[in-house]
Design a protein around this ligand. Structure first.
Ligand code: FAD
Ligand code: SF4
Length: 508
């Protein structure tokens, strides 16, 4: 062996040029290490699926004739840190060269960079051949601009990659069809059946537990539905396009206690571990529109998430790290209430959204943003604690995409790099977009009574507390004129109630 090539758990890209030729002097190295299981407390399903998908990837590489050294979590030779394992394997196999693909997390990027500086091995970093953009591409697009507006970036991507374009104009005559999207879900059409193949991971789960890896959430080992390899992910993409995409735009922001996935694709895990590429997903969706199978609003709405938001948050991450992770513009300091780990709260919207996250390791965008994130910001939870929870709980959570979404878009802790206003609401929005408020212990209409919905007082109090910082923001609209119209007494009652709620979060 001359060369060791490292494949990280989120680099399961079978299409990578590395694998196009079999080479006898190359040894692929994959490892399940405590360094990666323990940097934050993870949902059980996340640990299981990453290990299971890594094992399947290694198996397929070997079938294709590649040489692989795979370190399992219980391998006695495993040193549980990437650099130490690489040095040891390099000595065993007498390797001279170490190659790796650009990591997407700052933490790993730093670690491998430092390793490369200090080792006697000759090191080389390759592109991961996954994204539409380079790490610094968004920063170049926004150079000299005050605001990082996603829409500006997205339009440039549409033109550059010629996606949904007819000549120089956007297909369908508009860049954005949001005004057609975002309806509440009336219960019909029913959400498509979840026909993803199920896997039994009980043996792997036992190994993980024996290795004493800590986790939380339902491991769901017997009926595990996250894809393990590229073929499953591609089948999932095709089924999504056929059954759910036609309604994706309409119900993109809807929430329901009766249907957990609605018309979302559940492809974020497969995308983020690079089983499938954003380009093939975007092209398949565009082709469905060209065939006349889905309306433009659905295709455009979906493509914007991937070609727009996903690439854009990656650019935010690489430009603003490492300081970004420490931002806390409102100086919020409160620890998470205990029900983040159990789902046991009387607030029905949170019981459902947190409960679903613990059960499925997944919640869709509006549950993450306008229920859990919304409450966290209104309650003044510490943004780094919120970030750690999101990073641990979701199957698709990798820091480059999770951090800008959580800390920036949802907690506004960066002071508005990413979000043009704090995404907060009272009960009215949640009631409009879901069926959660019906049957809730709390009264969505009340503000200060004992059974008043906590979102209401917290909402007004949030704006009241942060008047200096937010009152000049034109996007906040009617909030401050309305606040100023309230009597001194009414404002006092709201802040009393909000203080009470913030002091009793565990009891809500
Ligand atoms: P769909 O609704 O079917 O969307 C399709 C795809 O678009 C997703 O698979 C995803 O790749 C992409 N996408 C959609 N919205 C975003 C976005 N805001 N940023 C980046 N990509 C997006 N997404 C993650 O992949 N990992 C995370 O850790 C993550 N954390 C989030 C935290 C918060 C607070 C919020 C508000 C959003 C977060 N998102 C994250 C974005 C989004 O919620 C998930 O991508 C989506 O719910 C995944 O489910 P899906 O595949 O069914 O998505
Ligand atoms: Fe959530 Fe308030 Fe509605 Fe209850 S009333 S579901 S707490 S928004």
């Amino acid at each position: 062996t001359q060369t060791l090539r490292l494949i990280l758990g989120d680099q399961l890209n079978a299409q990578h040029s590395w694998f196009q030729h079999q080479q006898d002097d190359v040894l692929y190295v994959m490892m399940e290490v405590r360094q990666e299981t323990d940097y934050v407390l993870h949902h059980a399903q996340k640990i299981i699926v990453i290990f299971a998908a890594m094992r399947e990837f290694a198996r397929r590489l070997q079938i294709a004739g590649h040489r692989v050294h795979y370190l399992t979590i219980d391998d006695p030779d495993n040193l549980h840190a990437i650099p130490a394992n690489i040095e040891k394997l390099a000595a065993t196999y007498e390797a001279k060269e170490f190659q790796y693909q650009a990591p997407d997390e700052y933490r790993l990027d730093q670690q491998l960079h430092e390793f490369a500086q200090n080792t006697s091995l000759h090191c080389h970093m390759f592109d991961s051949e996954h994204f539409f953009t380079q790490r610094d591409e968004a920063a170049k697009i926004f150079d000299g601009r005050k605001k990082w507006l996603m829409e500006h970036f997205y339009r440039q991507m549409r033109v550059k990659h010629r996606i949904l374009m007819s000549d120089q104009e956007p297909a369908g005559g508009a860049w954005n069809f949001d005004h057609d999207n975002r309806k509440a879900w009336p219960g019909l059409p029913w959400e498509p059946e979840d026909f993803r193949p199920r896997h039994d991971h009980s043996a792997l789960w036992a190994t993980i537990q024996n290795a004493d890896v800590k986790s939380f959430g339902n491991p769901n080992v017997n009926a595990f539905a996250w894809p393990l390899h590229r073929d499953e992910a591609l089948q999932q993409l095709q089924a999504f396009i056929r059954l759910a995409l036609p309604h994706f735009g309409d119900f993109q922001d809807a929430m329901s206690s009766k249907a957990w996935r609605l018309f979302h694709s559940l492809l974020s895990f497969a995308l983020n571990v690079k089983m499938i590429s954003p380009r093939e997903v975007v092209e398949a969706v565009e082709a469905a529109w060209v065939r006349g199978d889905v309306p433009i609003a659905a295709a455009e709405g979906y493509i914007r998430q991937i070609l727009g938001w996903r690439e854009y948050v990656r650019g935010v991450y690489w430009h603003f790290m490492p300081d970004y992770a420490q931002e806390n513009v409102f100086d919020h300091q409160t620890e998470l209430p205990a029900w983040f780990w159990t789902g046991k709260t009387k607030m029905r919207c949170l019981a459902h959204s947190v409960g679903q996250s613990l059960e499925q390791a997944h919640a869709h965008h509006i549950q993450r943003l306008m229920v859990i994130g919304n409450f966290s910001l209104l309650a003044g939870l510490h943004p780094q604690r919120v970030h750690e929870w999101y990073l641990g709980v979701y199957i698709d959570a990798f820091e480059w995409v999770e951090l800008p979404n959580t800390l920036g878009m949802s907690q506004y802790a960066d002071g508005g790099v990413l979000a043009t206003k704090p995404y907060v609401s009272s009960a009215a929005y949640i009631d409009r977009m879901s069926d959660y408020c019906k049957g809730c212990h709390y009264d969505k209409k009340q503000r200060t009574t004992e059974n008043a919905c906590p979102f209401n007082a917290l909402y007004w109090d949030f704006f009241s507390r942060n008047e200096k910082q937010l009152s000049n923001n034109p996007r906040i609209g009617m909030v401050y004129p309305q606040l100023r119209k309230m009597s001194v007494e009414a404002r006092h009652d709201l802040s009393e109630r909000a203080n009470y709620l913030r002091e009793n979060l565990d009891e809500l």
